[in-house]
Design a binder for this molecule. Structure first.
Ligand code: XIL
Length: 312
């Protein structure tokens, strides 16, 4: 039957995956599946600050250039990830005094967004700025630049590529809770101040059987503010070893997420955080858990794949 991307395109949405350079280079089936099934890719780790500029003035764009070329060959949207984040940012940035930190943010956004102007369609401009209780995270960004660092980052990104869609991205904001309430208030504030924000990314690192019941309602309230919404890093992890019953539950969970997105017109797309259990961050970051993606470690589609297919 038709690949996921055909079904998504037919309803004017995208289905995406994050990708990694090593499997793209080393395992032919990896690129084959990415090209066939997805009409969007996210740049994985390759545009994070520690990758692009590990020391001052030392730029590494090779991997991201390869991804953007790949996406153009296969008619895919590129989601750039991410510009301003407290993780995977080098120590030399974190240690800068305020004035230099601001200058580093300016030159970084200018260089990275500017390099791909017109070629990277969506940017996760600020990633994970909230604590679970809804307060702003006390990151070195906020310590150095004050709460206004978020608005500044969006303004800089807009200057660097006026046509890119600019997103605020976070996790544990899929359902209605203190953290997503804070995100909602911030987006409303930014819009009221004329800050150029176009979208909200709900990462979607979910646990088996725990798709928030308020997911659709939450997507709808952000859309009602006048921004797009995307599920940007979907995976649904389970305790290992895998059982057939867990795979069936996972299929239902994936379908529930797709259905919630499709129910809201401004939910423009869904991205899985890698597509195969062979290359997933989950086993390393959540010991004992895994099998979070729609393809297994042998690149065989799982029940979750068929559920996404049928839901699109
Ligand atoms: C993860 C990557 O998948 C890992 O390879 C890396 O070691 C750590 O980061 N939220 C995000 C992503 O926004 O950038 C993270 O990606 C997963 C959580």
């Amino acid at each position: 039957s038709a690949p996921l991307r055909a079904h998504a395109a037919a309803i004017d949405r995208y289905i995406g995956t994050s990708i990694d350079p090593d499997p793209l280079a080393d395992e032919p089936i990896y690129g084959t599946i990415v090209a066939r099934e997805f009409n969007s890719i996210t740049t994985g780790n390759t545009l994070k600050w520690d990758w692009t500029q590990p020391s001052p003035g030392q730029w590494n764009f090779g991997a991201a250039d390869t991804f953007v070329d790949f996406a153009e060959q296969h008619d895919q949207l590129v989601r750039g990830h991410t510009l301003v984040w407290h993780n995977q940012t080098p120590g030399w940035v974190q240690d800068l005094p305020s004035a230099q930190l601001r200058a580093a943010m300016e030159s970084h956004i200018d260089a990275v967004v500017g390099r791909y102007e017109g070629r990277i369609g969506h940017w996760d401009v600020v990633n994970e700025p909230f604590e679970e209780d809804g307060s702003l995270r006390d990151s070195f960004w906020r310590e150095g630049l004050g709460d206004g660092y978020i608005a500044e980052a969006f303004q800089l990104a807009r200057q660097a590529d006026p046509n890119a869609e600019l997103y605020l991205n976070d996790y544990n904001v899929e359902g209605i809770n203190a953290k997503s309430d804070a995100m909602y208030e911030l987006v409303a504030d930014l819009l009221a101040q004329g800050v150029p924000i176009d979208g909200v990314g709900l990462q979607g690192h979910l646990i088996l059987g725990q798709v928030p019941s308020t997911l659709q309602q939450n997507i709808a309230r952000f859309a009602a503010l006048g921004v797009d919404v995307a599920i940007t890093e979907l995976d649904i992890r389970m305790q290992l070893p895998v059982t057939p019953g867990q795979l069936e539950q996972q299929a239902r969970d994936y379908a529930e997420v797709v259905d919630a997105c499709l129910a809201v017109e401004r939910c423009v797309g869904l991205t899985v955080w890698s597509f195969t259990d062979r290359h997933s961050w989950i086993p390393e970051f959540f010991p004992g858990e895994g099998a979070a993606l729609p393809w297994d470690e042998e690149y065989e589609p799982k029940p979750a794949y068929h559920a996404i297919h049928d839901a699109l």
